[in-house]
Design a binder for this molecule. Structure first.
Ligand SMILES: [Zn+2]
Length: 295
């Protein structure tokens, strides 16, 4: 039953005091996903107005799954019982002591709605029947994939040093959304190199933006640089610099933006494909320092 059985098993605690073993059985409350909205839990309801079947949680879930029997589902009695909760919830009750954030996308991505401790209500028109993950005590960081496109649906298709079948070491992070999507600068800085390239193998494009405060360069590959972007420009965080494309990629189905952090001032990306040497350090701490989760 997969995730259905991911139930916290802490229902009893024992302690030995002065040679006497005391057994303490906690109430059958917040520990179990039992379709009842107990104190300490965050709950989805199938219908608006906190009606219909309930799905109850005590922790964050980044991907609900979409098919039975492995999906997270509505467990309580009533309308919707047994249905997967992804894109099926209409209202919530946050009985936990933390803020809970409901997201449009899996992996805590895309549009979201916050529910403070104790809050009860309907999901807004964006999130109603469009819920895909939820997070207790949500991070104030944005996802890298969201920062790049400022729109839902961006996803990491290959992480740093994440090649599985390609020879070499992947020096950046590949993020895809769809050909033509606006691509935004993740970090402010000065443009130090632009190569416009062309779609297809051998047409690699590059935009290199140097941030002097961090003394790092962020390099974007495979996009179609906006005609207005040229060497010497000062770019602000979030500014549109390109459109997603497949410049230096063999087919449009492989379109993505390769985002690469390099130490110091570097005009070109490190060689990834076919090069067994990894030149760049793992960029996770850099992205976190810039306010992003690597998601
Ligand atoms: Zn890449």
């Amino acid at each position: 039953m997969g995730k259905l059985n991911k139930v916290l098993s802490v229902t009893a605690a024992t302690a030995a005091i002065g040679g006497t073993v005391l057994a303490t059985v906690s109430p059958a409350s917040a520990a179990a996903r039992d379709g009842k909205c107990d104190s300490g839990e965050f709950c989805y309801y199938f219908n608006s107005g906190n009606a219909g079947s309930i799905s109850d949680f005590t922790s964050s879930v980044d991907d609900y799954g979409t098919e039975q029997p492995s999906c997270y589902d509505f467990k309580g009695a009533g309308n919707g019982k047994g249905k997967c909760i992804k894109n099926n919830a209409a209202s919530v009750w946050n009985r936990s002591s933390k803020t809970v954030r409901v997201y449009y996308n899996s992996n805590y991505g895309g549009a979201y709605q916050d529910f403070k401790a104790g809050a009860k209500g309907n999901l807004n028109s964006t999130l109603k029947n469009q819920n895909a993950s939820h997070q207790f005590s949500p991070s104030s960081r944005a996802n890298l994939s969201y920062g790049l496109y400022k729109a839902s649906g961006g996803r990491i298709t290959c992480g740093f040093d994440g090649y599985t079948s390609t020879p070499g070491r992947h020096e950046g992070i590949d993020i895809a959304r769809g050909v033509g999507s606006d691509v935004r600068a993740l970090v402010a800085g000065k443009v130090i190199y632009v190569a416009r390239g062309r779609n297809g193998s051998g047409g690699l494009s590059t935009i290199s933006i140097y941030n002097s405060a961090a003394n790092k360069t962020v390099i974007y590959l495979h996009t179609a640089p906006r005609s207005s972007v040229s060497v010497g420009d000062n770019i602000s965080r979030g500014q549109v610099i390109a459109d997603e494309a497949w410049r230096g990629v063999s087919s449009s189905s492989g379109a993505h933006t390769h985002v690469e952090m390099r130490l110091g001032r570097q005009t070109h990306a490190a060689k990834s494909v076919g090069d067994p040497h990894l030149d760049n350090p793992n960029p996770t701490s850099f992205w976190r320092s810039q306010g992003y989760n690597v998601r």
